[in-house]
Design a protein around this ligand. Sequence first.
Ligand SMILES: [Zn+2]
Ligand SMILES: [Zn+2]
Length: 505
Amino acid sequence: MLCLSLLTLLLAGHTPVMGLPLRASDLPTQPHAGPSEADQKFAEEYLWRFYGYQPKLARQKRTADTDEDADWKTGLCDKLQSMQRFFGLHPSGELDKETLAVMKRPRCGLSDVERFGDTIRWKKRTLSYRITGSNLPSSASKVHKVFREAWKLWSSVAPMKFRKRSRKEADIVICFHKGDHEDGIPFDGKGGILAHAFLPGLGIGGDVHFDADEDWSFNSTGFNLLAVAAHEFGHALGLPHSSDPGAVMYPSYNFAPNYELQLSFRDVKDVQNLYGISPNFASLFSKKPPPRTPDKCDPDLSFDAVTELQQEVLFFKDRFMWRKHPQFDETAITLISSLWPDSVPPFLDAVYENVDGNVIVFFKGHQYWILKQLKLQEGSPRNISHLGFPSRIKSIDAALHFRIERSTVFFTGHECWRYNEKERMMEGSPVLIEQMWPGIPTPIDAAVFYEGSYITFLLWRFVHFFKGNIHYKYDSNSKHVISTSPVNDLLECEKHNNEILTEWR
Ligand SMILES: [Zn+2]
Ligand SMILES: [Zn+2]
């Protein structure tokens, strides 16, 4: 995997811009250690299975072609970049730790790049299904109940009916299999691939297979059967994978215990494109429409929290975040749980990175969570009273960390509090925000101390405040707002900027 190791070496040998203070956390822990041979092999197989990489062709090309960028010519790096784009990672073409971690997440066995088109769908609107085999993870009635619920998700938005059959032939056969089960796609034991399904059609078409070796559950332990069934039933109806991280048709297992399982706006649109709209759809969803994944070009976009994380700036919204990296133009959306599985709640209030402690701190309601190198610290979550807040403070709006001063300013309503990170205590009494930061509307949504470029790191840094859809760039020396702009400007939403310009003209 030459392109991968070559890039790693290039990055490791890269000289930082003259005299700029690269932090310890920016440096790779093992500068020359590329991915292990086993990981490279695993990645090649992953790209073959899910992104159409052809290792056979690559081998022929590699023997004929001995130059260093052979992996680029064989398409391996292209496929890796496709995978990185699909999952909202930076499309570096480098098999870094994070890309590997995403590849190793439990997922569905179908490809991410196959597009089935509109033609592969059932002609009839009432489909029969049958549950066969002996490897059921629980009592038949419990499993049936879950499957009924999963079908209902789809039948409530598209004009489809699903009928269970006990004996006779059925359109869709559902079973639990271990390892090789004679359809050419063997299961892989615990973890990895959880299930797969076949597109609508005769015979095996529409059938759904679950890996019987998984620890299936009806709650948040192991793998939630309802979440995986809802996804696989989508395939049985003809839907491909979606790169929308909020969609049920996203290929990775992303069941969140504290989030109700429902079809997203994307899933609903996709299935309605194939089958039309259920007659009950309007009445069922009038009060609570299917959730839309936040759109960085939405003119009303606001953020829950914003923080620096090493070289990146992270913008949090609901279950999602955008990651802005100085080396990449694309700012892709991803699930918060893709970086911190199971440990960080959605709909956060505030987040900050404390570089000295090498930790990142998340706030929601009266609790806070401390993570070190992506791992939850013992004792988390704690009550914010541990930081020195009086009991009248029920939550915080934003946190602003000052690296050099080793202090953090917390914003609550119209007040702000300074916390000494060195002494681990609150300094004095709260101050009114209008005194400390005149010109900033209160209460605020989010704040970050960030310039965005190491070139200007030593010269000037600004505080950025967010309220509603407005971003305030603030000079804390002269204590005034330098500029305001729509929050989307930070996520490179050109479409939005153009619209705004036209509006203003
Ligand atoms: Zn799938
Ligand atoms: Zn199978």
